[in-house]
Design a protein around this ligand. Sequence first.
Ligand code: G1P
Length: 294
Amino acid sequence: MQKPIRKAVFPVAGLGTRFLPATKAVPKEMLPVVDRPVIEYAVAEAAAAGVTHMIFVTANGKSALQEHFDRHAELEAVLRSKGKTAELKRLAAILPDGVRCSVEIQPAPLGLGHAVWCARQIVGDEPFAVILPDDVVMADTGCLAQMIACYTATGGNLLAVQDVPPDRTDRYGILEVGNDQNCPGGLAEIRGLVEKPAPADAPSTLSIIGRYILQPEIFSALENGEPGAGGEIQLTDAIAALIGRQPVHGFRFQGVRFDCGDRQGWLAANVAFALQRPDLEGIRERLRRLLESD
Ligand code: G1P
């Protein structure tokens, strides 16, 4: 019997430089995909997987993120007085009942591994999830829920993975695959991990997508870790240090992943999610006309 995954860490301290000037005053996680900020997709995915404690690791000057998940009494009062019940429901759905949020500040941009390490006290001695909100996954069953279903059988550490084009390995954590069972669960045993290798040095094209289930021992691996790729403390390196001591598996999830930290990925996510919305059905025809006149 595995301990349940009750907590999820969201590293959201990044500057969003790829999106300037849009992200000069607005955190990149607050950019909308259709009408919900990117961070809301990540939190909804975690809540749907049974997570009840959301931990944001953020930087100073990103208070909009916290405000989004706080109640806004004045706005609610105005909407109530105008009888805008649909809008009130939308606000209430931002954070499902029984879910709470904590905020931890990452004092300096020392890397993803360091951001996760900053959450060690709130996480404590239990397994937890990490969600990188830039990676938005469109799926019938949320990516984290798929992982938790698998984790219940495997235990240990589980990383969401996907094949990427061979010339893009230098953007991801890449797996050296051991026993690739290719079983219905889509599991791959991980023999090694390399952060952002050049295509010529990449052990495979199977790459980490921003969803992890980790055991609390990751914190001591992070504490003892040296700076890695890009001079940053890498989560990938700390997970690699656990291999051989604990099970570490890659999990091929079902769904479409959009990199919303990248302008094209974010635009594609907007189109894809809009096309699924019955209240925006006119978008299909508009897109068709735009493409025809191109
Ligand atoms: C991070 C991880 C990398 C992973 C990627 C997924 O990189 O370090 O291993 O493949 O997220 O999006 P980043 O995108 O923060 O550079």
